[in-house]
Design a protein around this ligand. Structure first.
Ligand code: PMP
Length: 313
């Protein structure tokens, strides 16, 4: 582990300092959004002086599905990917929370919109990454005037770089209007998701969340919360269409995502949700989630992959 962190990248099958990893300006994915990616958190455990990567298998499996949808050839096995990502973290030397971005993309430097007859490549880079939304205060949200992309336009179940134009339109509109995050509806007017988060509502002793057919990215944090709620709190999750007004009337609402963790939604369209603070269910889930992602809960240790081989005693 170096003294001061030096961010590295895995690029064109080699490890190098991030500053040296550059693509050409004609790269297809840069011009047309023809890349697919993952966002993986490495969570710093200070007591153990260790970074734990969360649910690698699920991230790699989703990346492979995204590649299939976008006809990107992807030759790496999960074992190879795990070896690349842990090496990347170790050689970068961070002692804080990090974010790793694996990205498979159309790498040909040619003009022409298509997915076929193009070269594919794969890269990975790391960046330090603290909190994304204010988890303590919770998020003040608005319903976006932008609709979530439909499966018939760009499939949201694939994490496609080009899809994030949809998310960016919604996020900027929300922030410039003084909100923290946007909640997008699908074309039928049902709640879909945030610009980078899935959504849950607390309804008595169960959770409700939109199904994949509401054009959501099927989040790994979403699945984690569904499991933790069931296993640790005895709360089942119902996947069904949610109306906008159900969020207004909800006892509690929260968002989930690798970047956002579990973030309470405390206000929507100038209406307080609950008492404008994180409710008891959200709080309990946040606590459980943090223990799990930092490998402090041995029951879920198999979800956490350590990176540093030489850990200080
Ligand atoms: N929806 C969108 C649009 C996202 O970008 C993300 C973040 N990857 C999520 C949901 C949450 O997914 P995950 O929990 O796998 O990070």
């Amino acid at each position: 582990m170096p003294e001061a962190p030096i961010p590295h990248a895995y690029f064109q099958k080699q490890f190098m300092p991030l500053a040296e990893a550059k693509i050409g300006i004609m790269t297809h994915a840069f011009n047309y959004g023809t890349g697919v990616f993952e966002g993986i958190r490495g969570n710093w455990n200070d007591a153990e002086q260790q970074i734990y990567l969360f649910r690698l298998k699920e991230h790699f499996d989703r990346l492979r599905k995204s590649c299939r949808i976008m006809r990107i050839e992807f030759e790496y096995s999960n074992e190879e990917l795990q070896s690349i990502i842990t090496k990347l973290v170790e050689m970068s030397g961070y002692r804080e929370d990090v974010y790793i971005r694996p990205l498979a993309y159309k790498s040909s430097e040619v003009l022409g919109v298509r997915l076929h007859d193009l070269d594919d490549d794969f890269l990975m880079f790391i960046a330090p990454f603290g909190p994304y939304l204010d988890i303590e205060k919770g998020a003040r949200c608005c319903t976006s005037s932008w609709r979530r992309v439909e499966d018939t336009a760009i499939p949201a179940r694939a994490k496609i770089t080009g899809i994030y134009a949809n998310s960016a339109l919604a996020k900027t509109e929300a922030q410039l209007n003084g909100f923290d995050e946007a909640i997008m509806l699908d074309e039928r007017g049902h709640v879909s998701e945030g610009s980078g988060e899935n959504i849950f509502v607390v309804d008595g002793d169960r959770l409700i969340t939109p199904p994949p057919s509401s054009n959501i990215l099927v989040g790994i944090t979403r699945e984690t919360v569904i499991i933790l709620a069931r296993e640790e709190m005895g709360m089942e999750t119902v996947e069904r269409d949610i109306d906008r007004s159900e969020l207004y009337a909800a006892e509690e609402c929260f968002m989930t995502g690798t970047a956002a963790h579990v973030t309470p939604v405390v206000e929507l369209d100038h209406r307080p949700i609950g008492n404008s603070k994180a409710g008891p269910v959200s709080k309990r889930l946040m606590q459980l989630y943090f223990d799990v992602i930092t490998a402090r809960n041995s029951k879920y240790a198999s979800w956490c992959t350590p990176c540093y081989s030489k850990v200080k005693a």
